[in-house]
Design a protein around this ligand. Structure first.
Ligand code: ATP
Ligand code: SF4
Ligand code: MG
Length: 393
């Protein structure tokens, strides 16, 4: 069907196939992003694919620099023209990659809303909160009256948990705390009943005590709109409470994809196990040892020929250096993929918790930081799976 997408500058016709309720709302397929820099080409995102359906939450997790934000910015058409984007991202069947600016600005805000880490990048300090929400509503529905827009703004503020919304709607952003500002951004994101919400580290800039209220506001926004949610974070703890499925990214690629239970209880990629081991556990007295993953990801300028995690992986063997492992299906009742030639060996280690693949000192503490020369090719490694210390249940 053809749907009228009225953007801020144009009433634009774009073919949008009606797939609501009958399949993924957003389908990303083999998406890659390269940046040309003075030092060479940075392969920031390499062949990422995912799908997300109405009401579903996909968590994207990975260390800093793994390509989480660039993937989403590419989908939203928000990268600079100098970025080379290939592959596909379809919203309800409509291709977004290569779509012109007018088409994309019509889709942004109305169909796909984005929440960024810093609320002040989305809020204008000189306008009252209510005016900004009403403006978002009017951009996509010019027929809405001022009175109706204000009433809807108050309603949205209540949904995201702003107390005394009837009065606070007339406040300026600086009169709100950081957590409240982020909840206002969430209200704006849900204002036009989007089909997809992409939240990129929505709580990272906030005090830990207010993170939970912001996550609650995102859940409320999703409940209210029925939107598909893509939640980007470096924090697996947030993923546990929010996501249905998880994509773990490393060095620009998806290295493990599965249901939240697969990722937490049946991880098949040592990197995922490392992320789990660096999480505090609630079922201990708080004195357990957290094991960070030592070392840094490889250069995205000149990636090593083999597995990009090899220099940091306690399960590394020589065969890991010959070719980058494909994301391949692994055992399990739900669809579950991992990019590791030894993922099958992790199957025997399931303990209902992440095994301790990363005993202290196993990953090379002496590993040089990635300098663009391909640290993976020269780094020492080498622990065999039999030597790996696994936590007992
Ligand atoms: N404009 C650019 N030019 C060159 N390289 C870039 C550019 N933008 C991003 N990159 C690189 O792309 C890679 C992926 O960056 P991205 O911001 O997606 O990481 P991230 O996973 O979101 O990290 P973080 O958790 O820190 O937000 C990084 O190595 C980054 O330096
Ligand atoms: S075992 Fe080999 S392929 Fe698997 S994550 Fe470690 S280095 Fe990569
Ligand atoms: Mg980011």
């Amino acid at each position: 069907m053809t749907e009228e997408l009225s953007g801020p500058t144009t009433g634009l016709q774009i073919d949008v196939q009606e797939t609501r309720g009958s399949g993924p709302l957003l389908s990303v397929d083999n998406l890659s992003v390269d940046f040309r820099t003075a030092d060479g080409t940075v392969h920031a995102v390499r062949g990422v694919s995912y799908e997300v359906s109405a009401g579903e939450t996909l968590g994207i997790v990975g260390e800093s620099g793994s390509g989480k934000s660039v993937t989403s910015l590419a989908v939203m058409g928000l990268l600079a023209k100098s970025a080379k984007v290939t592959g596909s991202a379809r919203f309800r069947g409509t291709e977004l990659i290569g779509a012109n600016d007018r088409a994309m600005s019509a889709i942004r805000g109305r169909n796909i809303a984005m929440i960024f880490q810093d609320p002040m990048t989305s809020l204008d300090p000189v306008y009252k909160i209510g005016v900004q929400i009403a403006e978002t509503l009017r951009v996509h529905d010019k027929s809405i009256s001022r009175k109706a827009a204000r009433a809807r703004a108050i309603e949205l503020l209540k949904i995201v948990g702003i107390p005394n919304a009837e009065d606070r709607v007339d406040n300026y952003p600086h009169e709100f705390s950081g957590g409240m500002r982020q909840r206002v951004v969430i209200a704006i994101a849900m204002a036009n009943n989007p089909d997809v919400i992409i939240a990129d580290e929505p709580t990272t800039a906030l005090d830990v005590t207010v993170q939970a209220t912001v996550l609650e506001a995102i859940k409320a926004a999703q409940r209210e709109t029925g939107a598909a949610l893509v939640l980007i974070t470096h924090d697996l703890g947030i993923i546990a409470g929010m996501a249905d499925r998880v994509m773990v990214m490393y060095s620009g690629r998806a290295v493990e994809v599965g249901s939240v239970d697969d990722i937490f209880y049946r991880p098949r990629m040592p990197y995922t196990v490392g992320l789990l081991n660096s999480l505090p556990r609630l079922d201990t007295d708080g004195r357990e040892r957290l094991t960070p993953i030592i070392g840094t990801p490889p250069s995205l300028l000149r990636p090593p020929p083999g597995c990009p995690f090899a220099p940091r992986c306690p399960m590394h063997i020589a065969a890991c250096d010959t070719a980058e492992p494909d994301l391949a299906a692994v055992d399990g009742t739900d669809p579950h993929w991992a990019a590791c030639i030894r993922s099958g060996e992790l199957a025997g280690k399931d303990t209902g918790e992440a095994g301790e693949v990363f005993p202290a000192g196993s990953a090379d503490a002496t590993l040089p930081a990635a300098t663009g020369t391909g640290a993976a090719e020269t780094a020492p490694h080498s622990q065999q799976p039999d030597n790996i210390q696994w936590k007992t249940p």
